[in-house]
Ligand binder design. Structure first.
Ligand SMILES: [Cu+2]
Length: 235
């Protein structure tokens, strides 16, 4: 039918992704993640709870990232190579890859800020929404299904004695607990429009909305054009 070309056009470059966050290293936490791509921008909405609450009398920092370039999976217990009963961030890397995007609460979202705990969310739970420019590497990982959300920061009391004393392999000034992964979720593409209701009617309404918006844009363009011509005549 005639709406098909329009639908194809509207979907170009835009996409929606989801992940369910489940515990790693017995953190006891859980959560959910949604990412919407709109042109160059990504909007991430995520929430989680049940993670370590305090660290040295302050909120426990939980650095969080979209990992890319691995197998698009969360590690299994066999990833613990040194036998301290904790899968450290590097030990999990074969499964989830390196860092593509830092899901900070403010400022930089690149891999450079991966361990900057001053812009990481803190405390036992998070209700997060942020829009930022999506970098090309993360974008292509999302497309090929190798993006994985990882939230870091373990409650030391849930770790083995050996692991409690260990330093972070990423930041030597921090304990292993601070950077070890606590939540993990492989990201998969979610169908946009109408997916939630499972009926065709929703997408029909969306198309009507697009038509409406297009109409407004055309009207705006015509008005702007008229004004330009007027200005040109006046000068
Ligand atoms: Cu990470």
């Amino acid at each position: 039918m005639s709406l098909t070309p329009l639908a194809a056009q509207a979907d170009d470059g835009d996409a929606m992704y989801r992940a369910t966050l489940t515990e790693l290293n017995g953190s006891g936490g859980s959560g959910s993640f949604m990412l919407t791509v709109d042109g160059d921008d990504a909007t991430v909405e995520m929430n989680w709870n049940g993670l370590a609450e305090t660290f040295k009398d302050g909120p426990f920092p939980h650095v969080q990232h979209i990992h890319i370039g691995g197998q698009g999976k969360c590690p299994t217990p066999s990833a613990d190579k040194n036998g301290d009963d904790v899968i450290s961030t590097p030990e999990g890397q074969a499964s989830y890859g390196g860092i593509g995007t830092t899901l900070s609460v403010k400022g930089d979202t690149s891999a450079k800020s991966a361990t900057d705990i001053t812009i990481a969310p803190g405390g036992s739970s998070l209700d997060y929404k942020r829009t930022f420019k999506l970098n090309a590497d993360t974008r292509s990982a999302l497309k090929d299904g190798t993006g994985v959300v990882v939230v870091h920061g373990l409650d030391p009391s849930t770790m083995s004695k050996k692991a409690q004393k260990a330093k972070s392999p990423l930041v030597s000034s921090l304990p292993l607990a601070a950077t070890a992964p606590a939540l993990c979720g492989p990201i998969s593409a979610a169908p946009t429009g109408g997916a939630d209701t499972g009926t065709g009617s929703t997408s029909g309404i969306e198309h009507a909305g697009l038509f409406g918006l297009g109409g407004l844009l055309i009207a705006g363009g015509v008005l702007a054009g008229a004004r330009l011509r007027k200005t040109a005549k006046a000068s």
